[in-house]
Design a protein around this ligand. Structure first.
Ligand code: G
Ligand code: G
Ligand code: MN
Length: 299
C-alpha cells in the first residue's frame, strides 16, 4: 500500500480518475448491452462501494481508529481494538456497518482483513518504537479470511515484516457466515494460536457467536456482547451475564465486557469477576494520533 504522502494524493487523484474512466467504460458497455442505464453519479452508495472497493484498498483510503481496553481491577489500559473507517473521496468518513457489506459483496474479505492487519502491525510497531507500554492491539477478522488455507502463515509473515512478537497482536473472530465452520477454520485457529497470536471471540451473546466456540477453539479472551450488559438491568439478566462469565472462565478464558457505559455497569462487571472492560465510560474509539498521545508516545 502507498505510504508516501505527497505521492499519495497524486496517486489517489490519478487512481480516482482511472476509476472514473473505468466506470465510464463499464457504463458504456452496459449501455451497449442494453441493461441498467442509470448514470454513474446516481448509483447507490453501496453499489458504488462494491465497484470501487479494490481501488479504496489499493489507494489506502482506510484509516484506523483505536478503542482502548482497560484492566477492570487497575483501570490501566492493557490493549486496544482496531476499528477501520473508510475515508471516501466524496462522501467523507464511512463506518464499517456501511462498507463491510460491500467488502463482502466484492469478495474482498481476505484482502481487506490482511490490509487492515498490516496497518495494525505498522501502528503497533510505531507504538513500541515510541516507548509505549501496551500489551496488544486486536484486529477484527471475518471467518472467511480465517478459513483460507494459509491463514496462519500469512499472519505470521505480516507480523514478522514489522519485527513484532506475535503475542502483541490479537485476532478477533467476528461475523459468522450461515454455514458452520470448516475443519480448515478450526485447524487455522490452532496454528494461529501455536504461532503465538492471541485469539479473541467477539460479540458472545449477540446471537451470532455460539458458546460452542469457547471450547472448540483455543480462545484466550471472550468478549461478551454489549446487548447482554444492557439486559443486565434486572435479576435475570444479571444471572445470565454472571453465568456466561463463569462458563468462559471455567473453560479457561479471560472475560472482556463490551459496551460499559455507566458507573453502575462498571461496578456490576467488576463484582461479577470480569477481567477487562471496553466502552464509552472508559474511552471511545479514537484516531491513532490521539491514541498515541494518550499512551504518552514520544512524537
Ligand atoms: O467501528 P464500529 O465502531 O462501528 O464497528 C462496528 C463493527 O464492525 C465492529 O463490531 C467490528 O466487528 C466490525 N469491524 C470494524 N472494523 C473492522 C475491520 O477492520 N475488519 C472487520 N472484519 N470488521 C471490522
Ligand atoms: O463488535 P465489536 O466488538 O467489534 O465492537 C466495536 C463497536 O462497538 C464499535 O462500533 C464501537 O464504536 C462500539 N462501542 C464500543 N463501546 C461502546 C459503548 O460503550 N456503547 C456503544 N453503544 N457502542 C460501543
Ligand atoms: Mn470486535
Amino acid at each position: 500500500m502507498k505510504k508516501n504522502n505527497s505521492f499519495l494524493s497524486a496517486a489517489v487523484g490519478a487512481g480516482l480518475a482511472a476509476g472514473a474512466a473505468y466506470l465510464y467504460h463499464k457504463q458504456k458497455n452496459r449501455e451497449q448491452r442494453g441493461d441498467e442505464l442509470m448514470p454513474v453519479p446516481q448509483m447507490k452508495l453501496e453499489k458504488e462501494l462494491v465497484k470501487r472497493m479494490p481501488d479504496m484498498i489499493y489507494y489506502d483510503r482506510f484509516q484506523l481508529a483505536v478503542q482502548p481496553v482497560i484492566d477492570l481491577e487497575t483501570g490501566g489500559i492493557v490493549g486496544g481494538e482496531v476499528l477501520s473507517r473508510l475515508d471516501h473521496p466524496e462522501q467523507g468518513l464511512i463506518f464499517p456497518d456501511k462498507f463491510l457489506p460491500a467488502v463482502e459483496e466484492a469478495g474482498l474479505y481476505p484482502k481487506f482483513d490482511h490490509y487492515i492487519f498490516r496497518k495494525t502491525c505498522a501502528l503497533m510497531r510505531r507504538l513500541l518504537d515510541q516507548g509505549v507500554e501496551l500489551q496488544y492491539l486486536s484486529c477484527n477478522f471475518s471467518r472467511m479470511t480465517l478459513s483460507e488455507k494459509s491463514a496462519a502463515t500469512r499472519l505470521s509473515k505480516i507480523a514478522d515484516e514489522f519485527g513484532l512478537a506475535h503475542d502483541c497482536l490479537a485476532v478477533e473472530i467476528t461475523e459468522r457466515e450461515k454455514e458452520s465452520d470448516s475443519e480448515q477454520f478450526c485447524e487455522n485457529l490452532i496454528q494461529i494460536k501455536k504461532a503465538g497470536f492471541r485469539i479473541f471471540v467477539d460479540d458472545l451473546g449477540a446471537g451470532v457467536t455460539s458458546v460452542r466456540d469457547l471450547w472448540s477453539y483455543p480462545v484466550d479472551v471472550v468478549k461478551i456482547d454489549r446487548s447482554l450488559l444492557l439486559s443486565a438491568d434486572d435479576d435475570q439478566g444479571r444471572t445470565a451475564y454472571r453465568g456466561l462469565r463463569n462458563l468462559a472462565v471455567d473453560l479457561g478464558c479471560k472475560v472482556l465486557c463490551e459496551g460499559v457505559e455507566t458507573e453502575q455497569q462498571h461496578r456490576f462487571v467488576l463484582e461479577a469477576g470480569c477481567h477487562y472492560g471496553q466502552g464509552f465510560l472508559f474511552y471511545r474509539p479514537m484516531e491513532t494520533e490521539q491514541f498515541l498521545y494518550l499512551m504518552g508516545g514520544k512524537r
